[in-house]
Design a protein around this ligand. Structure first.
Ligand code: FPP
Length: 232
């Protein structure tokens, strides 16, 4: 459970996950990489439920980057199938009170998939907490898109807000913490603008092995840190 914040600590409202390590998890078990993604999808549901239970208002996950299209077609298909399963089952239980948004360029997805993504967003609008799923997402492209939007609106000199308000996350607070599983210590083009002051948390645990207990450990670590935002 999250500890009461110290006076210097901003409450943890938004946590983002780079869900890395599915492929290695499967390989270590002699299974195809696709099985790792399947296990990863289960972890995703458990982690989102847990974050909701402990009162975190917003969760963002990196499900598919613009770079992931370079993976073998079978692997891409398996992730898209998991997405399709998710859209079928998504958060229809009475206890599900989460508004879902897809971050990224949805125009690459053909109908009917694109329609299903948009329907889910509409159907869950106005719910109390937020789940952002980054899909065909790249942070640099998002920033460029945002700047171009401002230029199209006729702005000639931009302030930070002009960029923030045209990002996919415009109506969501910035992430307080970004967690990356799987042992690598980089952001991989994820929430570069929004994560400017995020606490970064890296763990060797592979995503399918990541449990609610690991979430609690990361949250505890967050409340041990002192966020200074450049001040003292
Ligand atoms: C990174 O692990 C993981 C992905 C690129 C896919 C993440 C997808 C899911 C968890 C399931 C689908 C989620 C939804 C929302 C439907 P990796 O394959 O790069 O692992 P590796 O570093 O061990 O190779």
């Amino acid at each position: 459970m999250p500890r009461k914040p110290t006076p210097q600590t901003t409450p943890l409202r938004h946590i983002a996950f780079i869900m890395d390590g599915n492929g290695r998890w499967a390989r270590r078990r002699g299974m195809p990489r696709e099985m790792g993604h399947r296990a990863g999808a289960k972890t995703f549901r458990r982690v989102v439920d847990h974050c909701d239970k402990i009162g975190i208002q917003a969760v963002t996950v990196y499900a598919f980057s613009t770079e992931n299209w370079s993976r073998p077609p079978e692997e891409i298909n398996s992730i898209m199938e998991l997405l399709s399963d998710f859209l079928t089952e998504a958060f229809d239980r009475p206890e599900d009170q989460v508004e879902i948004r897809f971050l990224g360029d949805k125009s690459v997805f053909e109908l009917p998939l694109r329609g299903r993504l948009e329907q889910l967003e509409q159907r869950t609008t106005g719910r109390k907490s937020r789940l952002n799923i980054a899909l065909n997402y790249g942070s640099r492209a998002e920033i460029v898109h945002s700047v171009n939007t401002a230029i199209k609106e006729g702005k000639r000199q931009l302030a930070e807000d002009d960029i923030s308000t045209a990002l996919y996350t415009a109506d969501c607070p910035d992430p307080d913490m970004i967690v990356r599983t799987g042992g690598d210590m980089r952001l991989s083009n994820f929430l570069l603008w929004q994560g400017a002051y995020a606490e970064l948390y890296f763990t060797d645990t592979l995503w399918p092995d990541f449990t609610p207990r690991h979430v609690d450990k990361a949250v505890k670590e967050y409340y041990r840190r002192h966020r200074r935002y450049g001040g003292l």
